[in-house]
Design a binder for this molecule. Structure first.
Ligand code: PLP
Length: 381
């Protein structure tokens, strides 16, 4: 293969994350098909779009017709605005006092669940002579952010004291999917309906009502409200095993590198720090220019597998900060420069974020978010 012609090595070190924006379109359309016609989509792009690159993903989502973008924090919203994102941006985690002016300046929509933040935001809105849209969050069983139901009526009363703010949405957040057969979600949905009724009774009507993340919009599409908030499924990963039969998704990310160095070693050779692996035969040992410093988890030591020439090869010894060693003895024709897929598809084989998560005792979300800053993202559409 002519390696110079391969765009994935234009950065020198061949360790890259390829992001397939066509797959994003596929996943978006699958979600669209699953939710009620009237429901709009808020694409969750927090934590750098779960490691996929917040700006390119957001701009692609805008083209696909997303109604809203969602980030965790104000700074993430500002980065999107600076990069040219035009869609409304919801700050899911709310804003801190110091950020109130920037919320206004960059036209962000904060989630609010504290009277104090209404005060800060209203003050900033008055100064800028702007009206500010906010979404109010009620806790229906997640036990994290959100006004407890018992305080919800009082909180709503407070919001009326701030004419600079306009309630554009009311939201809550599911904490389970169908771990318990869906009972908890059903209860949360009922509590949410109560909270909405209280708001209505106080004359607060709003444009958006939302509660569903990936798991619930898949398992219980009728609990949608008129806006749904998928994150993980946009990236082609499943929030839980039970969702895998309900919707067909395509992973966006291929995390890959190339064999940097290949050598034959005799039987009895110890590999990597701590000598935790000893070859049992004369072996072909490949060193890959990727390590835990790139988000290839240390827990994959002596446990992970990679794809070379369409076949699985085991990680041997400990994963280092900058290197991983694999045993490629069983791969016919293997050579330096061969492409190695750490996560993704190669030939007929594939390694998913879920598979890696299971091996390291984590979840696909964390595996994706962990792919490091020094791994260039390359976009193909
Ligand atoms: C992260 C997040 C989501 C998206 O969750 P997924 O499980 O990735 O779909 C939705 N809503 C809120 C409030 C979140 O924090």
């Amino acid at each position: 293969m002519d390696m110079m012609a391969d765009p994935s090595i234009r950065f020198g070190r061949p360790t890259v994350a390829e992001i397939d924006l066509d797959a994003l379109g596929h996943n978006y359309r699958q979600i669209r098909k699953r939710i009620p016609q009237k429901a709009k989509i808020l694409g969750v792009v927090k934590a750098d779009a779960y490691g996929h690159g917040a700006l390119p993903v957001s701009l692609a989502l805008e083209k696909l017709g997303v109604q809203y973008l969602g980030v965790a924090m104000v700074e993430e919203g500002i980065q999107l605005r600076k990069g040219g994102a035009k869609a409304p941006i919801l700050i899911l985690g709310g804003s801190f006092a110091e950020e109130a002016d920037r919320v206004l300046k960059f036209d962000l929509t904060p989630v609010v669940f504290q009277k104090e933040s209404l005060e800060h935001l209203s003050k900033a809105a008055r100064t800028r002579r702007k009206k500010l849209r906010v979404h109010l969050k009620v806790d229906t069983g997640m036990g994290r952010l959100g006004v407890p139901l018992s305080l919800w009526p009082d909180f709503l009363k407070e919001t009326k004291k701030f004419p600079e703010t306009e309630v554009e949405g009311i939201l809550s957040h599911f904490s389970m999917t169908d771990e318990d057969g869906g009972e908890y979600s059903a209860r949360q949905w009922q509590e949410f309906q109560k909270a909405l009724a209280v708001a209505k009774g106080m004359g607060i009507s709003c444009r958006y009502v939302h509660i569903a993340n990936s798991g619930n919009l898949t398992a219980f599409p009728s609990y949608a409200g008129n806006l749904v908030r998928p994150g993980i499924m946009l990236y082609g990963s499943y929030p839980s095993r039970s969702c895998q039969n309900l919707i067909q998704l395509k992973p966006l990310m291929t995390f890959k590198t190339r064999i940097h160095f290949l050598k034959s070693v005799p039987s009895g050779t110890k590999i990597s720090y701590g000598g935790t692996f000893t070859t049992q035969r004369e072996s072909l040992i490949a060193t890959l220019p990727v390590g835990y410093g790139d988000g290839y988890r240390w827990n994959l030591s002596n446990r992970g597998e990679v794809l070379v020439r369409g076949k699985r090869a085991p990680v041997v010894g400990r994963v280092c900060m900058d290197y991983v060693v694999v045993d490629v003895t069983a791969i016919p024709g293997v050579g330096e420069g061969d492409e190695v897929v750490l996560m993704g598809r190669q030939g007929g084989e594939r390694i998913t974020a879920e598979e890696i998560a299971e091996k390291v005792g984590s979840i696909s979300y964390e595996v994706l978010c962990s792919i490091g800053k020094r791994v260039p993202r390359i976009y193909k559409a």
